[in-house]
Design a protein around this ligand. Structure first.
Ligand SMILES: *[C@@H]1O[C@H](CO)[C@@H](O)[C@H](O)[C@H]1NC(C)=O
Ligand SMILES: *[C@@H]1O[C@H](CO)[C@@H](O)[C@H](O)[C@H]1NC(C)=O
Ligand SMILES: *[C@@H]1O[C@H](CO)[C@@H](O)[C@H](O)[C@H]1NC(C)=O
Ligand SMILES: *[C@@H]1O[C@H](CO)[C@@H](O)[C@H](O)[C@H]1NC(C)=O
Ligand SMILES: *[C@@H]1O[C@H](CO)[C@@H](O)[C@H](O)[C@H]1NC(C)=O
Ligand SMILES: *[C@@H]1O[C@H](CO)[C@@H](O)[C@H](O)[C@H]1NC(C)=O
Ligand SMILES: *[C@@H]1O[C@H](CO)[C@@H](O)[C@H](O)[C@H]1NC(C)=O
Ligand SMILES: *[C@@H]1O[C@H](CO)[C@@H](O)[C@H](O)[C@H]1NC(C)=O
Ligand SMILES: CC(=O)N[C@H]1CO[C@H](CO)[C@@H](O)[C@@H]1O
Length: 341
């Protein structure tokens, strides 16, 4: 530790060039602020914008939280917003750095940090200028969900702004697009997985209109919740009835908040005249495909009309075949692909 102040002083002198040695009081301040910062990155306040961070309290209290460091590089004359999405599940100490390279006068830039577009009032961020590069660094601690959100560094000069944004969120759960199709009387398993994260616990809900109602885990004849690892949860629905159809939600609870994903369940009765309907729909689709491919290959007229006959034949066969379309489809498709080549 004792070697660091010397190093800082040398850096200072090299950077600032001519100016006289700083008074001892300032040096002492440098040492004081730099102590918590050594964990992450050495930072010497050299610019006139530099303000002294009030960090002693927070860093000491949360010194056992993990430390995360993120940076964004901003480039002059680029108006594209630069953003980084960061997921966080546990309370942490965060160090954000924006680096801006410019050939202009960096000293005339106004540097600000914003949380969810509101100016961070305590001036507890650092700025340093090294050659053509300006660094600004903001350090904070996430304790609960209120500290998540977006943090931006904003560099302004004559109304022009360069901005880098760090978006903090708890890990999101992947959403399944397809509904789970089930039948009355069956049982089924709904599953949610959190990739690369381990929630504290999981809870299951069910939509009833616009509200989510917790799954009644007491109903052991109906529901069973399990999960082999912290990163997954399974909800078994037993003795499915038509009224079990709907949207179910798994919620992953993290120390810093929760995220959720819907799972759609469709419950069919065996009485549903679905199979014949599907068979008819598939036949129509096939017929259209055949017609289209015939039209597309008019030069192969001969083959096409042959194929048309074939199709009629298999159509004829199928009307006696109660098995329906499923067994016919692959055969027809095979022949079709042969014809088109
Ligand atoms: C300025 O800050 C950046 C980012 O923290 C750091 O890498 C660099 O060493 C600092 N420069 C000086 C002279 O302290
Ligand atoms: C940090 O320490 C406190 C008490 O000293 C403890 O409750 C907490 O779980 C610790 N956190 C971590 C991330 O180790
Ligand atoms: C920014 O972070 C990335 C990875 O986290 C690292 O590779 C890179 O060197 C960092 N850049 C600066 C200027 O600190
Ligand atoms: C960050 O997330 C938002 C929405 O969550 C997305 O629109 C954006 O493209 C993401 N940005 C990056 C850099 O991944
Ligand atoms: C979140 O943390 C802040 C302190 O950073 C505290 O004021 C607030 O009450 C906390 N909120 C909850 C819901 O715990
Ligand atoms: C879930 O955790 C287990 C054990 O920790 C691991 O083997 C598996 O790869 C994890 N799965 C995902 C999707 O993160
Ligand atoms: C799950 O974790 C959250 C957050 O710590 C807690 O509020 C909730 O009571 C827990 N639920 C269960 C069922 O353990
Ligand atoms: C859904 O809401 C209706 C009316 O709000 C209520 O009668 C019904 O019991 C609720 N169903 C469940 C499963 O909570
Ligand atoms: C299942 C079926 O209809 N297969 C026919 C596919 O087409 C060839 C010739 O084009 C016939 O020999 C197959 O019987």
């Amino acid at each position: 530790m004792s070697a660091l102040p010397g190093l800082r002083l040398r850096l200072r002198l090299r950077l600032r060039g001519a100016p006289a040695r700083p008074p001892p009081a300032l040096l002492l301040l440098c040492v004081l602020i730099s102590v918590p910062a050594t964990e992450a990155d050495e930072l010497t306040p050299v610019s006139p914008f530099t303000s002294l961070p009030d960090r002693e309290g927070t860093t000491a209290k949360y010194s056992n939280f993990s430390l995360e460091s993120h940076n964004i590089s901003l480039i002059e004359h680029s108006s594209l917003p630069v953003e980084k999405n960061i997921t966080l599940e546990k309370p942490s100490n965060i160090i954000l750095t924006c680096q801006f390279t410019s050939s202009g006068n960096l000293n005339s830039l106004e540097v600000m940090w914003k949380k969810d577009d509101e100016l961070i009032k305590e001036n507890n961020y650092l700025v340093n200028i090294t050659g053509y590069i300006l660094y600004t660094q903001y350090t904070f601690t996430t304790i609960n969900s209120t500290q998540l959100g977006s943090y931006s560094c904003s560099l302004q000069e004559k109304g022009k702004e360069q901005r880098g944004t760090f978006n903090f969120k708890v890990p999101q759960l992947p959403v399944k697009e397809k509904a789970l199709i089930t039948y009355v009387g069956d049982s089924t398993v709904l599953k949610c997985v959190c990739h690369g994260c381990s929630p504290l616990n999981w809870t299951w809900y069910r939509s009833n209109g616009s509200v989510e109602v917790p799954i009644d885990v007491q109903r052991i004849d109906k529901y069973m919740i399990s999960g082999a690892h912290a990163n997954e949860t399974k909800l078994r629905l037993m003795q499915l009835a038509e009224e079990d159809q709907g949207t179910y939600w798994c919620h992953a609870n993290f120390q810093l908040g929760e995220s959720q994903a819907p799972v759609q369940v469709v419950v069919l009765t065996y009485l549903t005249p679905l199979k014949p309907f599907l068979a008819i729909a598939a036949e129509v689709l096939l017929l259209v495909t055949v017609i289209l491919s015939c039209e597309a290959y008019t030069q192969k007229k001969q083959k096409c009309s042959d194929h048309g006959k074939e199709f009629e034949q298999s159509e004829q066969l199928k009307t006696d075949d109660s098995n329906g379309i499923e067994s016919n489809a692959p055969r027809l498709r095979k022949n079709e692909s042969v014809t088109s080549e």
